[in-house]
Design a protein around this ligand. Sequence first.
Ligand SMILES: C[S@@+](CC[C@H](N)C(=O)[O-])C[C@H]1O[C@@H](n2cnc3c(N)ncnc32)[C@H](O)[C@@H]1O
Length: 296
Amino acid sequence: MSKLIEVITEDGSFSLRSLFFKENFHSIRGALEESNTKFINPSALARFKGSSVKVLDICFGLGYNSASLFNNLIKQNSSLNWYALEIDKTPLEYSIKNQSFRKLWNPKVCKIFESLLLSNNFEDEYFKCKIIWGEARDKIIEIPSNIKFDLIYLDGFSPQKCPQVWSVEFLSKVIQKINPQGFLITYSSSAAVRKTLRDLGMQIYSIKPTNHSERSWSNGTIAIKNIDEMQLKKNTWIRKLSHMEEEHLLTKAAIPYRDPNLDNKTIDIIQRRTKEQLLSKQTCTKIWREKWGMTK
Ligand SMILES: C[S@@+](CC[C@H](N)C(=O)[O-])C[C@H]1O[C@@H](n2cnc3c(N)ncnc32)[C@H](O)[C@@H]1O
């Protein structure tokens, strides 16, 4: 799992490519830019200025999302109760060693990262942080059940490469961890992920694309159980799904990933879904793509 190579992205920030998953950790446009536009901006962190916030980072990786979160919360004197799930320690070793990464943040962020690598924990007057190493499907139950998160970041490799962290069964465990007005934020705008979250009772919003977005129609998804309409209006980074995005959820692309006992291999999850897609009478995704001019 640790076969990794370093990548410099177009905004100058470094990232990694996993040879095991055959996928980059970040968009080639910029690791830092991706973290800011897809996770940090839609989090609307100013809401927690001078107060406290609970955050879960699933698939911590190099830690861009959490580093940027910590940096913002330090500046605005927020308190934090933070958990992370990650299977591999090597990316954290890379970020701690990388001088350009360290220079991006307040020195306290690097102190936290070093402590996480050394002892899985960090604690001071404001921050309480714990990383749980291992398979997220197994380890999520180690997070105390009384903690309900205000923000959950889900940043796994894409559903086709790592369906384990996007299955109905895993996502249903994830949403049990969110507080009623908390945000589950992901870069994924996959129809399967959105439809699964909606079927699990979440309200789905789209993260608005930026000028640099590879997918011109969305920068990802936010799922919320109970919407506070006022908060939503104030959050200029998110919007309701467009007609096109709604229609995407009616196609075969919206057939979910299933992992009944949370222990299936990638190939088994993908093959089960492919079979279900072949038998399904839902609209072919190709027709949707043609209708909305997405054919190359
Ligand atoms: C796209 S990268 C995460 C990028 C990250 N958020 C960052 O800022 O660098 C995906 C991460 O998921 C981890 N991962 C893959 N499968 C996992 C699993 N089943 N459980 C926990 N972590 C997993 C990989 O080791 C990798 O670090």
